[in-house]
Design a protein around this ligand. Structure first.
Ligand code: ADP
Length: 445
């Protein structure tokens, strides 16, 4: 690893221009990017070195060669996960510039949780330090720290010296207990959704392109879509998908729940709808997510009340009132597409429909991988076998199965733990694993 001792960056560092692609599941959250090995050597980078990645922001990551699966594909690509894309300010398909990084050892790194307040004690600081060791950091980056099986996002508020730094044993880590600023964006990335590769492609084309490059549509004289209807059984990831799109495009995200707007805001439903559309327009580019739209806009012949009629009419007016600029997109979800008022499915309204089916075996495997990503799994855990056994499960069912397996593991350890102790001894914590039997027992329940 090169350490620059104060001398200025050499001009003319060799560069690559690469197209961003998503990371493979095994690399997510590891601060790794993958680049063709021959291209790496063109910029004097060896596997394991740190590269600087420049999109609309600059960030850094450790470079590894492409995996064998990519041997026959395009060469001019860089695979990176959602956090690295966010740190570089790019989306899938964008171009980034990659150079060998000038890396310095970190004297000080200051972090703050991105979303929630947390309790910081010396034990936590040393844990974070261990997790971040040899991890390249740049001011403004987001890093994920696994805490109790969940990846918690932290913002790198400051690093000393400035630039790209690596944490080592001497680095002073400073963690504030309050978030820097409350985050508007749901931090869901495309890699957090399993079994939906083709659907993600399709939705990205429909939503991401007009949100990010409305000029393309204007130039060609085509109207970007205003509304998209996602349909499929509950728990297959429709909400997750809408959040991921908002996050990956840095669009403002606001959501309404059909039944809630009809009951909780009863009498004010139309007013509430208008406010939500106003708020979205003010913060454009924006995505409005309407969950269970069939509750707001059932087929009018199914409707009894005058209220429902008026709310549907209001929604139609609001959809028609959105300008054709593509910068506010409404994504609605339902598990009963046939129950949605056909007037809402006409051109200029929800005129694109995308089915989100139950995941197949490969999809279930990906979903299991995602939900066990931050879990210490014992070697005997066979996710393929679990994917085989869980025919008919939705993503939500699989997430519940994983949670239940972890609870089963916890119950195995409880007798060994003295809960009267203030802190669970680290040796016990580190020895804890979730075993195949924990999954099988969860499956049987
Ligand atoms: P829907 O909107 O289709 O009812 P959600 O997106 O609310 O489903 O899914 C609920 C939860 O189930 C998610 O937060 C996630 O934990 C899990 N889940 C569902 N589908 C998937 C998927 N395809 N990949 C990963 N997790 C999923």
């Amino acid at each position: 690893m090169s350490t620059s001792s104060g001398e200025e960056q050499k001009p003319q560092r060799k560069e690559l221009i690469l197209r961003v692609m998503e990371a493979r599941q095994k690399d997510v959250g590891r601060g790794k990017v993958r680049i063709d090995i021959d291209l790496l050597s063109q910029i004097d980078v060896s596997p394991g070195d740190v590269v600087e990645i420049e999109g609309t922001r600059k960030t850094a990551a450790i470079a590894w060669p492409l995996s064998p699966e990519d041997a026959t594909g395009e060469k001019d690509i860089i695979r990176m996960d959602g956090i690295t894309r966010k740190n570089a300010g790019v989306s899938i398909g964008d171009k980034v510039i990659v150079r060998k990084a000038l890396v310095k050892p970190a004297n000080m790194v200051k972090l703050a949780p991105s979303n929630f307040s947390i309790t910081v004690d010396p034990g936590f600081i040393s844990y974070v330090k261990k997790r971040l060791k040899e991890f390249p950091l740049v001011e403004g980056d987001t890093v994920l720290i696994p805490v109790l099986g969940q990846a918690i996002p932290f913002t790198v508020v400051q690093v000393k010296p400035a630039g790209i730094v690596l944490v080592n044993d001497e680095t002073i880590i400073n963690i504030s207990d309050k978030p820097v600023e409350p985050s508007r964006y749901p931090r869901v990335t495309y890699e957090d959704i399993g079994g939906m590769k083709n659907i993600i492609e399709k939705v990205r084309e429909l939503v991401e392109l007009p949100l990010r490059h409305p000029e393309l549509f204007k130039r060609l004289g085509i109207e970007p879509p205003k509304g998209i209807l996602l349909y499929g059984p509950p728990g297959v990831g429709k909400t997750l998908l809408a959040k991921a799109i908002a996050n990956e495009t840095d669009a403002y995200f606001t959501s309404i729940n059909g039944p809630e707007i009809m009951s909780k805001f009863y009498g004010e439903s139309e007013q509430r709808l208008r406010e939500i559309f106003e708020d979205a327009k003010k913060h454009a580019p924006a995505i409005i997510f309407i969950d269970e739209i069939d509750a707001i806009a059932p087929k009018r012949d199914e409707v009894i009340g005058e209220v429902e009629r008026r709310v549907v009419a209001q929604l139609l007016t609001l959809m028609d009132g959105l300008e054709n600029r593509g910068n506010v997109i409404v994504i609605a979800a339902t598990n009963r597409p046939s129950a949605v008022d056909p007037a809402l499915r006409r051109p200029g309204r929800f005129d694109r429909e995308i089915e989100i089916p139950l995941p197949d075996k490969q999809g279930r495997l990906e979903i299991l991988q995602i939900h066990t990503r931050n879990m210490p799994l014992s070697k005997d855990v066979d996710l393929e076998k679990l994917a085989d056994m869980t025919h008919g499960y939705t993503g939500a069912d699989l997430a519940a199965l994983v949670r239940e397996a972890a609870m089963n593991a916890l119950r195995r350890y409880l007798p060994k733990i003295d809960l009267n102790q203030d802190k669970i001894p680290p040796e016990i914590l580190e020895s804890m694993e979730v075993k195949m039997e924990d999954f099988i027992n969860a499956f049987k329940e």
